[in-house]
Design a protein around this ligand. Structure first.
Ligand SMILES: CSCCC(=O)C(=O)COP(=O)(O)O
Ligand SMILES: [Mg+2]
Length: 243
């Protein structure tokens, strides 16, 4: 019998051993990504392509753009992807390089939702493995958690995964991460604001929780358990939460 791709994901009795966390809309406000990070990269990308054209990392991404969009000038293609908020690896890699300068110079500092750090610290102290899966490149993930308003919190995480594992709306990407990390799918709780991502993770056998932040007006109403904060998610899945 074919399996239901979006089977009801009732929280099981055993708490998850791994929390795999999306970034935008889950740990970091959508407004920070869209109103601060994306405009910063959009403004910096022309200079990055012009002034660092010989940098092997830039050249590799420009070559990848040419492969994906033959004949289109790289900057025009990047702008088209940004206009549509497409999660495409060369765009994400180049955005990460643009943000690196912003973090280095102190122009960028990431704001986490206020519940995130207290909860993640408790989960880590309880032995829960914390990992990140974002469309942002691994370098960008390490930068954002390395430069938060609360300092460098990268030590909380034991793994960072990006589009190299596959797109976030594809079940095989979650299977790839689980295999790469040596986890058991049913031990992993994937937290995200995007239903299509949660559907894909559930198809791969992961437990799921949709984070619906009031400040972002995320839409709920799915088969996935819904929580407004990581505190509520922790309670739902038997994980420790702040008193
Ligand atoms: C590494 S922070 C920037 C995240 C980003 O570029 C993005 O497109 C949002 O991706 P997510 O998968 O975290 O929703
Ligand atoms: Mg998200």
């Amino acid at each position: 019998m074919p399996s239901d791709p979006v089977s009801p994901n009732i929280a099981p009795l055993m708490p998850p051993r791994v929390a795999l966390l999306d970034i935008e809309g889950t740990t970091i406000p959508v407004s920070f990504v869209h109103d601060v990070l994306f405009p910063y990269a959009r403004q910096a990308l022309p200079g990055l392509l012009r002034d660092h054209a010989d940098d092997p990392q830039v050249r590799a991404q420009v070559a990848e753009i040419a492969r994906l969009a033959p004949g289109v000038p790289p900057l025009a293609q990047l702008e088209a992807w940004m206009d549509r908020d497409e999660k495409v690896a060369p765009l994400k890699a180049l955005q990460g390089m643009a943000w690196a300068q912003g973090y280095r110079t102190g122009h960028l500092s990431a704001r986490l939702y206020p519940d995130v750090l207290p909860v993640l610290r408790l989960w880590a102290a309880a032995g829960v493995v914390l990992a990140v899966y974002s469309s942002g490149s691994v370098a960008a993930q390490e930068l954002i958690y390395g430069h938060t308003d609360d300092g460098d919190v990268t030590d909380l995480f034991s793994g960072f995964y990006d589009l190299a594992m596959g797109g976030k709306r594809v079940a095989s990407s979650y299977a790839n991460i689980v295999a790469r990390a040596g986890w058991v799918a049913g031990d992993v709780l994937f937290l995200s604001d995007v239903v299509a991502e949660l559907d894909a993770a559930a198809q791969a056998g992961l437990r799921t929780c949709q984070i619906v932040r009031p400040e972002d007006a995320t839409c709920a109403g799915t088969t996935h358990p819904v929580a407004a904060t990581l505190i509520a998610a922790g309670r739902m899945f038997g994980l420790p939460v702040p008193a």
